[in-house]
Design a protein around this ligand. Sequence first.
Ligand SMILES: [Zn+2]
Length: 535
Amino acid sequence: MRFLSEAWMYARFLRGLPRFLHDTITPEHARNALRRRLADREATLVHVAERGFFGAPRSPYRELFRLAGCGFSDFRRSVKDHGVEATLRALRGAGVYFSFEEFKGRTPVVRDGRELSVTPSDFDNPWLSHYYRAISSGTTGLGTRVSTDLDRLAIEAEHRLLLFDAHGVLDAPFAIWRPPLPSGSGINTVLRGARAAHPPEKWFTPLVPGGFGPPLKHRLATQAIVGLGRAMGARLPWPEPVPLDEAVRIARWMAEARDVHGTALLNTTVSSGLRVGLAARDAGLDLTGTVLMVAGEPVSPAKVHGIRASGAALMTDYGAAEAGRFAVACAKARDETDVHLLVDAYAFITWPRQVSDAGPTVDSFHVTHLHPSASKLLLNVELDDYGLLEERSCGCPLDTHGLRVHLRQIRSFAKLTGEGVTLVGCEMVHILEEVLPARFGGSSLDYQLVEEEDEAGLTRLTLLVSPSVPIADEREVIEAIHAALARESLAADMARAFWAQAGTLRVRREAPRVGSGGKQMPLRLMQHHHGADTK
Ligand SMILES: [Zn+2]
């Protein structure tokens, strides 16, 4: 039955695809659409709230609005009188929000001393028309199922077009190095490009036969989407395997495309972008004139340095798999983390939160959707990210289109990122605290996973194991972690395939470190600083 319902879901998606690919857009179209959405911002939020929150029987927001004493007419009046962000801040203060843990279903939602019944699927947008589901491999937890709707891809295609235009790579030959389904990152990039009449010429995939085999239904889905697109005349590329240790092939493609066309563009993860930069350096290839568009992990100074050393320019965007692409790189950036918030589609506020019992307080981002094609309908949902949110006029083309809100120095307070594949703490904590002690001895206090960057800037996950635990062969520990990941879920198995290829995990015989508060955390995450320190 599940197979049938998935087949039906893909059938609906494919039915919408011809029109999506036929109605290609130009930069002028994208600018006009952006202007319209900016002008309609308040009306759109009121419309989404009326249909999606106040008028939807299963909406998890109804009870929150009731407890806050806010009816739909109050909401509408506040948006009209005070604007979108002021209304959202007032609602946040009145308890209309979900914390990151509540949204993920990890902690119960308690308001006014009473537990509300909320599950992650309650946030799903019931009005998607042509969508499919993939698992996230970019910036969310294991096995999160994400719906991608063609209407959402159409808006994202407009944003991409404006980004490419602002950075002068609108006509650049274009390749991606991203996995196929069940990860959505590859196919979505292909489809956004096709919508803008600029599909990638090459789709390199780092997942190679033997490492990770996508289930048959996902292989069929990739073939159906690419095949249908090609039958309609869209130049969609077939995925072509290039393992992580052959990054020089990608670097060569970039250099050759640049020699012919003056420039070239590659879309990949931050770590893979670094691999291309390092491979170019080792092969003596100069990538000056090319652009790497990277996303999926924080851009650290070491990674930026490693990529720029190849001569390639760097461009980033920012998003979360279940919530959309929020922001695109400024073309007159203050630092390499500077992005324009896409305020036509999202509203952000920040709110102080304490990271853990004794941890620091950060200004976490809360996101609200202003477009009804989002996979989930979110209002004041906390992301596990924090950073600087500032309004200023930078003078780049994105600014002149009316995008005045910048985000910088975005960091996560809860997650562990390596090779663009995120493991949210609790799955890994389970492995550290139960799987490894059961297999190799010792207790949960004898194991700790530390995120570090090696000399080249590549993210490494170093497992500290107390010297008192008798382990003959350290490779067995890594194999045990890989095996446990493969059992967890399809997404964890994909993470495993990346980590195994990249050699991300390593073991060091050293006592786990205890924090300044006397606590020993199972995971120690790198602080991703970008210049100035934040609070
Ligand atoms: Zn700008």
